[in-house]
Design a protein around this ligand. Structure first.
Ligand SMILES: *Cc1c(COP(=O)(O)O)cnc(C)c1O
Length: 238
């Protein structure tokens, strides 16, 4: 793996996708998904100028964050259990994977105890896949105001993991639906939801064309993860 080459290549592809969509590349942030990668790899990525990292397990993240430069920013992108909220609120600058009112309440409770305000994204299971976490679009719209009313959390936007497909065009409609949901959410709240976290190694260009502000890249940046077992969130093909 040559991280510098991969990163250059990805930056070019991100810029090209922005150009096709008439977007300023500054509006898209490359988030390095470092799950399954050791701290040395995070350090190498940081040396190349990457500052935003994503992890999907609290324990793994805790060890890695302790061993990484303090100037880096970390987001939780994996399913969060309520008994891990206290630690997640300590470790992360944003939790992208909030998928229920109960979880949002738990995060708000711990944020309050830690005298913090926690930025969150709401995760949407747009395709309704049984193997994935996330709000159904209808439930999201129904609960949005209640979540927004919680003290100590701030909703910054929406996140999704699209169904796995060899052909990114097949999931374009998923990204478009998330953008439309964001617009409906903004109507309900009467406030902007600035972030759309969508697009991974196999589909980030299409996601950018549909409005992604955060693309979460793991394998395209770092190569295949060592763990043979794939994440449940990655299972399922259309
Ligand atoms: C693993 C993971 C990613 C990165 O996936 P790649 O296909 O390796 O780029 C992005 N988002 C979430 C939620 C993940 O779990």
């Amino acid at each position: 793996m040559d991280l510098a080459t991969n990163l250059n290549n990805l930056r070019q592809r991100i810029s090209a996708a922005c150009e096709r969509a008439g977007r300023d590349p500054e509006t898209v942030t490359l988030q390095a998904v470092s799950k399954g990668q050791p701290p040395e790899v995070v350090r190498a990525a940081a040396d190349l100028g990457l500052t935003l990292f994503g992890e999907n397990r609290v324990q793994e993240a805790r060890v890695k964050i302790e061993q990484s430069p303090g100037r880096l920013h970390w987001h939780m992108i994996g399913h969060l259990q309520s008994n891990k909220c206290r630690e997640a609120v300590q470790l992360f600058e944003m939790i992208q994977s909030v998928d229920s009112l109960a979880l949002a309440e738990e995060i708000a409770k711990w944020a309050d105890k830690q005298a913090k305000t926690m930025p969150i994204l709401l995760e949407v299971n747009v395709a309704g896949e049984a193997s994935k976490f996330g709000y159904s679009p209808a439930k999201l719209l129904a609960e949005l105001s209640q979540i927004n009313a919680l003290r100590k959390i701030e909703i910054h936007g929406l996140m999704t993991v699209a169904p796995w497909s060899l052909e990114p065009e097949k999931v374009r409609h998923i990204f478009r639906e998330l953008r439309e949901l964001k617009e409906q959410g903004e109507q309900i709240l009467g406030a902007p939801l600035p972030h759309l976290s969508m697009g991974m190694s196999g589909d980030f260009e299409v996601a950018i064309e549909e409005g992604a502000t955060l693309v979460r890249l793991g394998t395209a940046l770092f190569g295949q993860r060592a763990r043979a077992k794939r994440q449940t969130s990655e299972v399922g093909e259309i």
